[in-house]
Design a protein around this ligand. Structure first.
Ligand code: ADP
Ligand code: MG
Length: 379
């Protein structure tokens, strides 16, 4: 039984780099929490702080860590590798054997226990590393990108295995990854980090459906959400968005249901549109947008269409700096217009040529809205 509570944790490296800022996070007993964010955002730093910042001495601290690189001892058998930590703690031979056998059964490694690591596949080796963590009867698992060395197919398999193992064992787990698919599929809750700061913590579907800001909106979901500048227009019973020179009607209730958005009438906002809410043909509640085909990728089960749309794209890194606007004014003055790049997911076997001018249809009731200055969701 272990609950993990982080309260206002900071980490400044010796060179003055502020790697983790004011991180507060509660992980419930038995919870699987995924910490996700781009490379360099401070995930490993945060995880290592969990491992060391503790009132208890390291020997009694019942934490097991699994890393991306799992150094197995090549001259030892799989079973010896799994039980090595226990042997170091001078546990009895019979007890070690029992624990190793149990881990072997859990991890489907029973027939491999007498083999050497080099006779195993990458996925099996990763399971041995998991086995080492399991036999320690740890109360807390800390995993740092444990699957990133595996090929794509094995990653999919292992991600299901780790999630189900965690469910069976019920051990409180913090799992670090930069892979948002792992984040979506593995954890009870997902904590999104960016530049050392926690952005949002929520169950995966909530994160996807209600991102708190444009960073989370753009980071969670593949293909990523299309983000664009727009002017909100509410008049009488109707509402809509001016995007470049086009007008996208939205249902009036969409605005009425969001007090922050309703306050932005006539003003610039940022609008987000998920790829699956853009269609190749008109549907009830959808409205046309004229776009240009940038790239059409047939993935077999679907077609990913990258398109250009005249208007102002969102440069998340410049948000709040006022730079984007100045730049835009300069471009307008020079007679250039900028292009929003978006992605739609269409049914298979539709063909588009690069450069084709086509009409797509967007569902006005399924948009996400953000403040143009802060990037925060308008709710
Ligand atoms: N020992 C160190 N000294 C200075 N900066 C460091 C050190 N270790 C990591 N960093 C920096 O801290 C930031 C966060 O690193 P890290 O926690 O490893 O990120 P992540 O695991 O999310 O990729 C990075 O910009 C990295 O360069
Ligand atoms: Mg890392």
């Amino acid at each position: 039984m272990a609950e993990l509570v982080l309260t206002e944790i900071d980490k400044v490296y010796d060179n003055g780099f502020y790697a983790v800022k004011d991180l507060s996070l509660d992980v419930a007993d038995g919870e699987f929490l995924v910490l996700v964010g781009p490379s360099g955002c401070g995930k490993t730093t945060a995880l290592r702080m969990v491992a060391v910042v503790n009132d208890i001495g390291p020997r009694d601290r019942n934490i097991a860590m699994v890393f991306q690189s799992y150094a197995l001892y090549p001259h030892m058998t799989v079973g010896e590798n799994i039980g090595f930590g226990l042997a170091l703690r001078h546990e009895g031979k019979a007890e070690i054997k029992e624990k190793v056998d149990r881990a072997g059964r859990l991890l489907d490694l029973t027939s491999m226990l007498t083999r050497k690591p080099k006779q195993l596949s990458g996925g099996q080796r990763q399971r041995v590393a998991m086995g080492r963590a399991i036999v320690r009867d740890a109360e807390l698992f800390l995993m740092d990108e444990p699957l990133s060395n595996l090929d794509a197919k094995l990653r999919v398999q292992m991600r299901a295995e780790i999630a189900s193992l965690q469910r069976d064992l019920g051990i409180t787990t913090v799992y670090v990854t930069h892979d948002q698919v792992e984040a979506m599929t593995m954890g009870h809750r997902v904590a999104v980090m960016r530049l050392g700061e926690l952005q949002q913590v929520a169950p995966p579907q909530d994160l996807y459906d209600n991102p708190d800001n444009i960073f989370v909106a753009g980071f969670i979901g593949t293909p990523p959400m299309t983000l664009m500048h727009a002017i909100l227009n509410v008049e009488g019973d109707s509402a809509g968005l001016r995007i470049g020179s086009q007008y996208l009607p939205i249902p009036r209730w969409v605005v009425d249901a969001r007090a922050d958005l309703a306050g932005k009438n006539g003003q610039e906002i940022i609008v987000g549109l998920r790829a699956e809410d853009i269609f190749h043909e008109q549907r009830e509640g959808s409205h046309p947008l004229e776009v240009t085909v940038v790239l059409s990728e047939a993935l077999g089960s679907s077609v990913h269409l990258t398109f250009g749309l005249a208007g102002t794209p969102v440069d998340e890194s410049r948000l709040g700096s006022g730079l984007a606007k100045e730049e835009e004014q300069e471009l307008t003055r020079l007679g250039h217009s900028k292009e929003i790049e978006g992605v739609a997911v269409f049914p298979p076997r539709l063909h588009f040529g690069t450069g084709d001018a086509i009409t797509v249809f967007a569902d006005g009731s399924r948009l996400h809205f953000f403040d143009v200055e802060s990037g925060r969701a308008l709710r």
